[in-house]
Design a protein around this ligand. Structure first.
Ligand code: ATP
Length: 348
């Protein structure tokens, strides 16, 4: 059984009349890559700052590795925070930047040079130690910030949207690198992001935040395939919900159902035709309202005859952008296997 790196109990934080964190219970295991995902203002950063000790909770407790640290100052906690803006010292070389924290802790010069070099090597910047931050790309700067965090070997690394300032390509590259570094060093990562794709690709588990509360905690697959609420279904992935009359007619029962766009196939023939019918499939007729060409795939937004709208994503196996544009306004049948109708629990 793995130990618990972090345990939050009934955690609350109010700023005046705003309940930034409105009762959070959470356990994060040793060595986990854990993401806190949610829209702007949902309380993720505040939870991170509470764990780091930059804010004191209004009520509730915070444990790190089994000890209550709720009342400890930030420097008394075995965590390190990496902020979005990196906060590197411009007048110092990278090696000095990385070694700085060790110097403050009175580690000997030989030991800190050795450790700083190792940390730079772990983020693939072994040959860059003599440069200054201004001589680096954004992604390299990000890696220096990470090396500086890793050098002290904290038990827990808190990362607040660390890739937010990078362009898409660099961001995707850093996602892979960050995950590899985390696997290698075995430190617990708590990663704040509002980017659902980032959370899905990097995390062992994700907590989805909404208005200061956690709506669901689970693995990426659990969150994506079995959303615990309509909010989660909508925030993680495209909101594709069947409800009211559409649920009754298409799924055959009342309630709210989520069906992921990539599970839906789109046909131009009518559902009654031989090719269009399968007994264990759900089908729906409608009109294509919008076509979005994505290069590798196309997204079709279909207004259903039964009410509501579904998005279907099809790979562009043989179609081009001219072909897909012609679909706008056409009558189509959507079909997907019944097992992809996931009933979304009612709001609590
Ligand atoms: P973002 O993704 O935009 O950073 P977030 O999910 O991290 O959002 P928080 O920064 O935790 O959200 O903020 C949660 C709520 O608390 C917001 O309504 C915010 O305005 C409020 N808040 C945060 N810090 C303070 C503060 N120091 N004083 C007053 N209100 C605050």
């Amino acid at each position: 059984m793995e130990g618990k790196a972090i345990r939050l109990q009934s955690l609350r934080k109010s700023f005046g009349r705003t309940d930034a964190v409105a009762g959070v219970d959470l356990e994060i295991a040793d060595g986990e890559f854990f993401s806190m995902l949610g829209p702007s203002g949902s309380g993720k950063t505040t939870v991170l700052r509470l764990i780091a000790g930059f804010e004191a909770p209004t009520s509730g407790t915070i444990e790190l590795a089994g000890s209550d640290v709720t009342r400890l100052a930030p420097f008394g906690r075995d965590v390190h925070t990496v902020f979005q803006d990196y906060a590197l010292f411009p007048h110092m070389t990278l090696e000095e930047n990385v070694a700085y924290g060790l110097k403050v802790r009175k580690v000997s010069k030989t030991a800190r040079t050795k450790q700083a070099r190792e940390a730079l090597a772990s983020v693939q910047l072994a040959d860059f130690g003599a440069r200054r931050p201004s001589q680096l790309s954004g992604g390299q700067r990000q890696r220096v910030a990470l090396a500086r965090a890793l050098v002290g070997r904290p038990k827990v690394l808190l990362l607040d949207e660390p890739l937010g300032a990078l362009d898409l390509k660099l961001r995707e590259q850093m996602q892979v690198e960050l995950k590899a570094i985390q696997r290698e060093v075995g430190i617990t990562f708590v990663f704040v992001t509002h980017d659902q794709e980032e959370a899905l690709t990097m995390s062992d588990r994700i907590a989805v935040f909404n208005q200061g509360r956690i709506e669901q905690v689970g693995t990426p697959a659990e969150i994506y395939e079995r959303p615990a609420s309509a909010f989660v279904a909508g925030f993680v992935g495209t909101s594709n919900l069947l409800k009211d009359r559409a649920a009754e007619q298409i799924v055959g029962s009342q309630g709210t159902y989520s069906v992921r766009p990539e599970k839906i196939r789109l046909f131009t023939e009518s559902p009654g035709s031989a090719a269009g019918y399968k007994p264990d499939h759900s089908s729906a007729t409608g009109t294509v309202a919008e076509v979005v060409y994505l290069g590798d795939a196309t997204r079709f937004l279909v207004d259903l005859d039964a009410g509501g709208r579904l998005t279907a994503v099809q790979q562009n196996l043989e179609t081009s952008s001219e072909d897909v544009a012609a679909f706008r306004g056409s009558r189509v049948t959507l079909r997907w296997h019944q097992r992809h109708n996931f009933r979304v629990p009612e709001a609590r």
